[in-house]
Structures are given as structure tokens and as C-alpha cells.
Design a protein. Structure first.
Lengths: 217, 249, 275
């Protein structure tokens, strides 16, 4: 049993990893067909992951309702929103879900008038908190934080039209900050992260990195 | 007492919102149609979420949880119409079970379907080990396809412009200086992230320079983050003033 | 300390100031110059230089949470594509995006009397990320056997002559996450199409290495990028009018930062003196 539980997954990862790395360097029709087939399989598997996410969320809120934890009543609205959307999605404007998707149904209405405004608004709240944080905590305490603060102020001014009114130099300085020191730092980070990603991939292929197997035997 | 005050504030606000919508519809600012009611619902949800800025309250929580539910429902339905139906149901399930189907079933799809189903067994106590096969396939494939491509696109192609000759003709003096500054920045930031060597002497000085580059970059990112968050707020207020209240043209 | 009390004000006062500033600068109209920056100009010139009938793919990789920044970009870019009679192919990696992408494509196409299937198509959503891109790079029709509306993609005239990503003349990715990097690594690296991107302002600084290495030929960063593109294609809308509050509130936040620091230094100095 241990063979099926531990050895087989490690072999699958090794074979797939080696095969797909080598595939890149083999420009033959067979190699390209293999790439097409496995990537098609991979995206089909990825589609199933949606249901893991959905199950986890439903389970979380069901547990909250079942155990009557504080604020459980709000979890009912998760179910209410999901069920009503699923019902209208399945009804598909009277053509039902086995037909092609219809436009302008109640399903679309729920998307445009619940999901879109709510999603956009929740993230816009951060504008207020970032303004408040800038006022209360953004301090030039050290030389490094002064550099950060000055760069932030110049970029904030240089990236809006009003910066042009104050001085033509401000947008030019902001452009320089973005295209020279910012670029250098981001490239340094990108190179470091990429080298790390390649190393992790190698560790996965040769079986050193096994966290994807999860816990247990 | 405080609870009562908050309750009355909530009821008063809801009352005002209803009154405002009645007036907007009565004066023709909002159409008496599904779109009109949709805009009212959208405005209500927007205001309910902003009410959190005053203090946490039931209206905010209801809007937040409703959003989670609708998003979840939308994701499932879109996954059905855009993925399950065209990629599995129509090419595999329909030809398997319907004699009227024009095409023969694509049996090769059984393999990824099975692996997909194995993944769902993550929640089973007895069979969760089968999900490891799926994860091994996905992770192994991901590692294999990423190694050569990441080296090419993120390492080689990023090193190339940093090694651009300073004087190869055609550049201005300033652009040559900038090329050198970028090279210095990339090297110093990389050195800063090497933790296996003690940051002393020349390495220490270079990593200090790296910190300065990082600070400028974080400053730029902060500036851009302010800009981004504010843009979202502007968009929502444009919705309220334009689509709902009809004040802006 | 008397001055320190200004730092401890109720944060709701700050919220109110920001709200009033945004509303007032949206209502009070004043002109602000919106010159196009080099990265924005890069995308505009590329689209301008494409011959009629060239195929442009737009990947709508965002959901409602980034809609206010990226939807204006999508609309301005679509105006440019349709006015130049380019064939537009839309798709998305995000489950939350199809509605927004569908709305943007259909509403702009209608203004130019473009026909669905002939002048533009919307392939819809597919999961997979990197694998989807490679699948599209090898065979577009196994990646998307049907479009968003369930039509067989092999029969759509707008896709005639397109077998894979290799036949795409330009790819424009509108991204709220890491999809630009994914397109670069798994798409552009092998299938060699030209690529530009539009991203949220938060991601903007991360894209500069790709601009210098010419992996991206241009970039629209945040609402400012959208406003510049709206001005370039002469379709001034929400992004351009949004530049007024954007400017005003940036100045207010800078004043907040300066004021906070002045108070901080005054209180620090008097603290040292008292000690």
C-alpha cells in the first residue's frame, strides 16, 4: 500500500517533470502532440479544482450555521446568494443548463448588480485605509524610510496630471524612478525568484520537495 | 442605549435610501425596469459596504456574505458552461449515452477526468491518497514545463538588457549612466538576498546599496498602490453619481 | 503635546475628507493635460501600424474587484481595434471575468457595426493558466472547442487562418494578477507573438523590467494608463474624468504625509528638549 501511496506519486512527478523538460528541446511532431495532450489534460484537471474551492466554502459556512457560532446568520446569505445564482444559472433563461448559455438572463442580472458592485466596492474601501495609514504612520524615521517616503511622494505627484502643473520636472523624475532604480530592484527580485522557482522545480522532480503529497503516510 | 442609537441610524439610513429611490424613479432618473432595480440594488450594496467605514454593522455583513455566495454560484455556472460542458459533457458524456450523437466519444478524456475525480477524493478519509496521484501529475508537469521556459523568459532575457554595452554608439551620456545604475542595482539587490554569506566588508556595502534600491522601489510601489486603490474608489463614486443619482453626465 | 492631538483624530474625519474631495472634483469640471507616456504610446502605435484584418487577442484576466481600473482600458483599446478594422479575439483565465468581457466587446463592437463571429469572437473562460496558454499555442481548437456562446470555434469566420497563438498578430493582456508573467513565460517565449499589457496600478512597477527587455512593447498602468489611452483614441470617458479626483486626492494624501511628519518632528524635538 505504501508503494501506491508514496512511491507511485513520486514516480509520476519524476516522469512528468523529466518528460516535459526534455520535450522543450525536442522539436518533433510527436513531442508537440504530447505537449498538446498533457496540457489539455492538465487544464481539465484544473477545472475540477473549482469544485474543491466551492466545497470548502460551502462546508465552512455550513459548519458555522450548524454550530451556531457568533454571526452564523450571515452565513445563510452565502447559501442564499449561491443557491439563487445556481437556480437562475441552471434555468438559463428557460432553455436550461444543457443548452448553450443564454445572454441577458437573471443569472447575468445577479452578476452585474450584485457581484460586480460588491466586488468593486469591497476592494475600494482600501483607499480610505491607505489614506489614513499615510497620515498616521508614514514617517521619515530613518534614512531608508526617508528615501522610501520621498520616492513615494514623487511618484504619486508625477503619475497624475497635476504633477505637470506643479513642475515639468516632477513627471520626468517619476519616470526616471520607475525606469531606473525601480526597474533595477524589480529585476533583482525577479531574477532571485526565478532562480528559486527553477531550484524548487528541480527539487520536485527529483523528489526532495514532497510537500504536495500532504501529511499522513 | 448605544445599541438603540445604532439601530435607529441603520433604520433611518435604509428609510432614506428607499425614499431616494422612490424619488429617482418618480422623476424618471431611474428607469422602471429590471435595469433600474438592478442599479438600485447595486447602489444599495455599494452603500452597505461603505457603511463599514462608519463602523461594522449588519448591512455590511449581509452585503459581504451575499457577494461571496453570488460569486460562488457564478463561478460554478461559468465553469459548467465554459469548461465542463464543451470539454467533457459534449465530447465524452453525450456520445457515450446518446445514440443520436454525431461524433464518437473521446475516450482519451477519461484519463484527465479520472485524475480530476481523484483530486476531489481529498475530502475522503480512506481514499484521499489517490489525490496524491493527481497532485503529482500536476506538480510534475508544472515543474517540467516551467524549468526551460522560466530560464529563457525570466533569467536569460532579463540578464541580456542588463549586460547591454554602455558605449556601443548611439546612446546619450545619461542613458549610459542609467545602464550602469541598473546594473549596480540588480547586482546589489541580488547580493542583499544572499543570506548564506555574512553581510560584511564589500558584500555588506553592496547589500546596503541594494537596500537603497529596494527602498526606492517600495516607495514607487506605495505610490502606485495609493493610485490603484483610489482609482477603485473613484470608479464606485462615478457609479453612484452617474448611474444611480444621474448627477454626472 | 498640543500638536500630537492632530495625529490622533478620528480616522472617519480622514475618510470624510477623501470622500468629499472625490465627489467635489468629479462634479466640478476642470481640464487637466493627459499626455501619453512612452509605454502607452508603444501600444497605441503598434495597433495603429497593424494592417486591416490583423488578429488581436485580448485576454481579460481580471474580475469585478479590479473592474474600475481595467474595464476602461478594455473599452478604450477595443475602440482602437474596431476603428482600425482589426479582428478581435477575446478570452479570459478568470471565472469572474466573462460578464465584463462580454459587455465590453459587444457594446463597443455595436458602435462600429461589427458582426459577432466575423469581426470578433469571445472564447470565454477556461481553467488551466499556463497549461491553457500552451494548449492554445499548440492548437487553439482543442483549447477552445466552443466559444462563450457554445458555437463551434472551427466554424467562426473571424478565426479562419488561425490554428494557434502563432498566427496572432498582437496579444494584449489586461491583468489584475500574475497572468502577464504567465503569458510571457508560457506564451510569448515560445510562440513569439508581440505583446502589450494593461495592469492595475499596484502591479505597474513590477512590469518595468519587461518593458526594458522589450518582452512587453507597451503598458497601460492603472486608471492613468486608461485615461492616456482614452485621450489618444479620442474617446474620453470615465478614466479621463477620474483623473481630476485622482490628482486632487494624491495632493491631499501628500499634504497628510507632510503634515504628519512635521507634527512628528515637532513632538520628537520637544520630547528631547523636555527630557
Amino acid at each position: 500500500m505504501n508503494f501506491l501511496k508514496r512511491t507511485v506519486p513520486l514516480v509520476i512527478a519524476f516522469v512528468m517533470g523529466v518528460l516535459m523538460t526534455m520535450q522543450y528541446y525536442i522539436p518533433s511532431r510527436y513531442s508537440q502532440n504530447l505537449l498538446e495532450v498533457v496540457t489539455r489534460w492538465d487544464r481539465i484537471i484544473a477545472g475540477f479544482a473549482v469544485f474543491i474551492g466551492a466545497y470548502s466554502l460551502f462546508h465552512l459556512h455550513w459548519t458555522r450555521i450548524k454550530r451556531r457560532v457568533e454571526g452564523w446568520g450571515y452565513s445563510v446569505f452565502v447559501y442564499f446568494g449561491a443557491i439563487i445564482t445556481l437556480i437562475f444559472g441552471c434555468l438559463n433563461g428557460g432553455k436550461f443548463f444543457w443548452s448553450d448559455k443564454q445572454d441577458g438572463t437573471m443569472f447575468d442580472w445577479l452578476y452585474f448588480y450584485v457581484q460586480v458592485p460588491a466586488g468593486a466596492t469591497i476592494f475600494s474601501i482600501l483607499a480610505f485605509f491607505i489614506a489614513s495609514a499615510a497620515y498616521r504612520t508614514f514617517r521619515a524615521r530613518t534614512r531608508e524610510s526617508t528615501v522610501l517616503l520621498v520616492a513615494a511622494v514623487l511618484v504619486m505627484l508625477g503619475r497624475v496630471p497635476i504633477g505637470n502643473y506643479i513642475s515639468h520636472y516632477i513627471p520626468a523624475i517619476a519616470d526616471w524612478i520607475m525606469a531606473v532604480p525601480n526597474l533595477a530592484a524589480k529585476r533583482g527580485i525577479l531574477l532571485g525568484v526565478s532562480l528559486g522557482a527553477v531550484a524548487t522545480s528541480l527539487k520536485i522532480i527529483i523528489g526532495i520537495e514532497r510537500s504536495y503529497l500532504g501529511g499522513g503516510d | 442605549m448605544r445599541r438603540d442609537t445604532n439601530f435607529f441610524i441603520l433604520i433611518g439610513t435604509v428609510g432614506l435610501f428607499v425614499l431616494a429611490n422612490i424619488i429617482l424613479m418618480a422623476f424618471g432618473k431611474l428607469p422602471f425596469s429590471s435595469d433600474g432595480f438592478g442599479i438600485i440594488l447595486g447602489a444599495g450594496i455599494t452603500l452597505a459596504i461603505y457603511s463599514f467605514l462608519y463602523q461594522d454593522n449588519p448591512a455590511f455583513k449581509i452585503a459581504e456574505n451575499l457577494y461571496v455566495g453570488v460569486s460562488l454560484g457564478y463561478t460554478i455556472i461559468i465553469t459548467w458552461f465554459n469548461f465542463l460542458k464543451p470539454d467533457l459533457y459534449e465530447p465524452l458524456i453525450v456520445p457515450l449515452f446518446s445514440s443520436a450523437a454525431e461524433k464518437s466519444p473521446q475516450y482519451a478524456l477519461l484519463c484527465p477526468s479520472l485524475l480530476g475525480l481523484f483530486m476531489l477524493l481529498r475530502f475522503s478519509r480512506k481514499l484521499s491518497w489517490l489525490s496524491r496521484w493527481t497532485f503529482a501529475f500536476v506538480v510534475g508537469l508544472g515543474a517540467g514545463i516551467s524549468i526551460p521556459r522560466v530560464i529563457s523568459a525570466f533569467i536569460l532575457q532579463q540578464i541580456k538588457p542588463s549586460l547591454h554595452p554602455v558605449f556601443s554608439g548611439g546612446e546619450t551620456f545619461l542613458s549610459s549612466i542609467n545602464t550602469l545604475i541598473i546594473l549596480l542595482g540588480v547586482i546589489s539587490v541580488l547580493i542583499y538576498f544572499i543570506f548564506s554569506v555574512e553581510h560584511k566588508g564589500a558584500i555588506g556595502k553592496m547589500s546596503k546599496i541594494g537596500i537603497w534600491f529596494l527602498m526606492i522601489s517600495f516607495g514607487a510601489s506605495f505610490g502606485y498602490t495609493v493610485m490603484g486603490r483610489l482609482s477603485l474608489l473613484i470608479g464606485r463614486i462615478q457609479f453612484l453619481l452617474k448611474d444611480w443619482l444621474g448627477i454626472l453626465q | 503635546m498640543a500638536v500630537e492631538k492632530y495625529l490622533r483624530i478620528d480616522r472617519r474625519i480622514i475618510f470624510a475628507i477623501i470622500t468629499v474631495a472625490v465627489i467635489a472634483s468629479l462634479i466640478v469640471k476642470f481640464e487637466l493635460p493627459i499626455p501619453a507616456s512612452e509605454p502607452v504610446q508603444g501600444i497605441y502605435e503598434k495597433i495603429d501600424s497593424l494592417p486591416q484584418g490583423s488578429r488581436v487577442m485580448i485576454s481579460f484576466d481580471y474580475d469585478p474587484s479590479s473592474k474600475e481600473e481595467l474595464q476602461p482600458m478594455a473599452i478604450a483599446f477595443l475602440h482602437h481595434c474596431f476603428s482600425k478594422d482589426l479582428k478581435v479575439i477575446g478570452m479570459t483565465h478568470y471565472t469572474g471575468a466573462p460578464g465584463l468581457a462580454d459587455l465590453a466587446m459587444n457594446s463597443v463592437a455595436k458602435q462600429y457595426q461589427k458582426t459577432y463571429g466575423e469581426d470578433y469572437v469571445f472564447l470565454g473562460y477556461k481553467p488551466g493558466g499556463a497549461s491553457l496558454i500552451i494548449n492554445m499555442g499548440e492548437n487553439l481548437y482543442t483549447a477552445f472547442p466552443k466559444d462563450f456562446y457554445g458555437k463551434d470555434t472551427a466554424t467562426l469566420p473571424a478565426l479562419q487562418g488561425v490554428d494557434s497563438l502563432r498566427q496572432i498578430n498582437y496579444l494584449f493582456d489586461l491583468a489584475a494578477g500574475t497572468m502577464i508573467e504567465t503569458w510571457l513565460v508560457y506564451g510569448k517565449e515560445k510562440y513569439k507573438f508581440e505583446m502589450g499589457a494593461g495592469c492595475t496600478a499596484v502591479m505597474g512597477p513590477d512590469m518595468y523590467p519587461f518593458l526594458q527587455s522589450k518582452q512587453l512593447n507597451g503598458l497601460l498602468g492603472g486608471l492613468k494608463g486608461a485615461a492616456e489611452y482614452e485621450a489618444l483614441v479620442n474617446k474620453k470617458a470615465n478614466a479621463v474624468s477620474g483623473m481630476r479626483p485622482q490628482s486632487v486626492v494624491h495632493v491631499i494624501i501628500i499634504i497628510f504625509v507632510i503634515f504628519g511628519n512635521v507634527v512628528f518632528f515637532i513632538s520628537k524635538r520637544s520630547g528631547v528638549r523636555n527630557a
